[in-house]
Design a protein around this ligand. Structure first.
Ligand code: KG4
Ligand code: ZN
Length: 320
């Protein structure tokens, strides 16, 4: 079964073709216009998707050598309403024109199941940390469509904390990759920061962001690499603490990570060094992409579960 997946929920216009052999094409156009604003401007995102969607989809089909897939899938939420609508409407139009079934995909489920595209794929049940610009949630994945939340952020997402810290340090947007790179040569011990860990398996990153701001005001001469390293060490301690605690309490040692922050080299290194059995998508497939959407579309299509073309965009679509 050949599935075309389309993703436009935020600032990536992406399309991919996935079939039983794996990912046959994976085309991502990242909008750059938002850099000037220090964050994603929703209206500009929607217009950018309109400009690129045709070319991105055509390139993904061409690269895969596919003229007409068996199924079309598209992100239907959560995300920016206008942005989601562009990819979703385009996908529905293609499904109607080709007379093939359609699957509306939850973006978070896309990230959560993206490790299944890896070889070897984790077998159920596994723990999955979805950590991105909008979400930081630790799930227990028992089967396709069967997820429970073990812990979640009470305020900012980890990626949001990266982006806000980068902005504070004048490093631009998105902040994750640049903070990650600078942290590699910094001395984390030179910039001690708190590790906020609220009850249970939850996360909290807004206090850490404030602590960075206070630190930078008090010690303006701190070297930027050290600040990045101190910040990253604090974030990673929180993430690792929760993953390890969840593994102990559930007895499950298979862990998958997904979402933009899963591209973080420090997080990847810490997980590799742990006793856990870890699956992580390659960095390019941690940030938003069409393959993760085609993958979920395909998994539901294989079960005969489709949506009709009246399926609406749901900007706040909850996964559990
Ligand atoms: O999954 P994604 O592309 O979009 C959302 O659904 O949010 O994640 C984007 C987030 C941004 O906050 C970005 O700064 C962060 O992922 N990010 C990283 C890294 N690469 C991207 N954070 C830390 N380290 C990275 N290497
Ligand atoms: Zn995402």
């Amino acid at each position: 079964m050949v599935v075309l997946g389309i993703e436009t929920s935020c600032d990536e216009t992406a399309a991919s073709v996935v079939d039983a052999t794996g990912v046959r094409s994976d085309v991502v156009y990242s909008q750059t216009i938002h850099e000037a604003y220090g964050g994603v401007v929703p209206e500009l995102a929607s217009r950018g998707h309109v400009e690129k969607i045709g070319a991105v989809v055509a390139a993904s089909l061409h690269e895969a050598g596919v003229e007409r897939p068996d199924v079309v899938a598209a992100t239907s939420g959560p995300g920016l309403m206008g942005a989601v609508l562009v990819g979703l409407s385009y996908a529905k139009g293609l499904a109607a024109a080709w007379n093939v079934p359609f699957v509306g995909v939850n973006h978070l489920e896309g990230h959560l199941l993206s490790p299944l595209l890896e070889d070897p794929a984790p077998s159920f049940p596994f723990l999955a940390l979805v950590v991105s610009g909008g979400h930081t949630t630790l799930y227990l994945a028992e089967d396709i469509g069967k997820y429970s939340v073990l812990g979640s952020t009470r305020d900012d997402a980890a990626g949001e904390a990266y982006d806000k810290t980068a902005r504070l340090l004048g490093l631009g947007y998105p902040g994750g990759p640049v903070v990650d790179r600078l942290a590699a040569t910094g001395n984390a011990d030179a910039v001690p920061l708190p590790r906020p860990m609220p009850g249970e398996l939850d996360f909290s990153f807004s206090g850490l962001k404030t602590a960075v701001r206070n630190r930078v005001q008090r010690f303006p001469d701190d070297n930027v690499e050290d600040v990045c390293a101190g910040f990253q060490a604090a974030v990673l301690d929180c993430l690792m603490n929760r993953i390890e605690a969840a593994s102990r309490s559930t007895g499950i040692t298979r862990v998958a990570i997904a979402g933009g922050v899963a591209a973080n080299s420090g997080l990847r290194a810490r997980l590799m060094a742990s006793d856990l059995t870890v699956t992580m998508p390659p960095k390019s497939r941690c940030t938003d992409n069409g393959a993760m959407i085609a993958n979920v579309g395909r998994l539901y299509a294989l079960r005969g579960q489709f949506h009709d073309l009246s399926f609406a965009a749901q900007p706040g679509w909850a996964l559990t």
